[in-house]
Each structure stands twice: as structure tokens, then as C-alpha cells.
Design a binder for this molecule. Sequence first.
Ligand code: RTP
Ligand code: MG
Length: 156
Amino acid sequence: RESITSRRQRTFAMIKPDAVGQLGEILDVIEGREFEITQMKMVRLTQSQAAAFYREHEGRKFFEALLEYMTSGPVVAMELTGQDAVSRWRATLGPTDSSVARTDTPNSIRALFGTDKQANAAHGSDSELSATREIEFFFPSSKVVDELLPQTTAIL
Ligand code: RTP
Ligand code: MG
């Protein structure tokens, strides 16, 4: 059991389209670093879903290319839970640019499975607040209530 001083935390991770073919190897890294996969699904994002997910980058010169990339194939969305999950998962990813990652952090996911500064294999939330928003984006908690509504209506 966790002690009251530990920081068990959730983060949002996503395997991007360029790395979905290496999903098994990436899951091995995730489990080897003691993250618990507490939710997971494979989905194909629409342009507007990708734009909403990455809305903080709207207006940047790489934004259109980012949407093309993120909608080029399925992604695997995950909620990871563990000690200091937000910062530990960012560290496990390595720097944004996979070629920088190969020099600086050769065992990181972006070094091992990514290509360049765009096709970089995986995403990780940059803060606890982002993690909450991104988990809700892919795994909306209201869905449980929505599924219960028809039954409630039927009883009434
Ligand atoms: P992420 O949000 O995907 O975890 O990546 P990050 O925090 O390391 O990097 P961020 O600045 O948030 O950028 C989001 C994603 O946009 C693509 N990108 N392309 N061509 C470029 O200059 C460029 N810069 C960023 C990457 O896929 C990056 O992960
Ligand atoms: Mg980011």
C-alpha cells in the first residue's frame, strides 16, 4: 500500500501513429518502469479532435503538419498511474526531438522509437492539470452516467 507521503499520480500517455507498430515493445518499457496502465484504448483521431487536443499549439508554424501526423493512423491512448507519474513519464519519453533524444537520453522512448522533432513516438502530459484535462478528453467520466441514463428513464 502507498504511504501518505508518496505521490501516486495519474498521467496521460499516447502512442502516436508512427509508433503504434511497436506497441508491444513500448508496453514492455512502460511496465518495466513500474507504471500501471489503468485505462487504454486505440482510436483514430479526426482533424478537429487532434486540433482540440493540441489547441495550445494553434497558430504555431508546425500546427497543420502536427494535425496531419496525428491523424495519419490510429493512436493508443493510456492513463498511467504510479509514483510521480507526470514527471517520470516525461523523463521516460525524453526530449521532444528524437534525434536530440538519441544523443542525450539513448534509452528513452523517443530515442528508441521516434524519428525526428515531429514523429517522436509518444506524448506525455506536461503537468498534473494537463493530465486531468487529457485523461478526461479520451476517457470522459460522464460516459458512465450517460450509460446509466437510459435505464433511469426506463424505470421512470
Ligand atoms: P507532446 O505534447 O506530444 O508530449 O510533446 P512535447 O510536449 O514534447 O512537445 P510540444 O512542444 O508540446 O509539441 C507537441 C508536438 O508537436 C510536434 N512538433 N513538431 N516540427 C516541429 O517543429 C514540431 N515541434 C513540435 C511534436 O510531435 C511534438 O511532440
Ligand atoms: Mg506538449
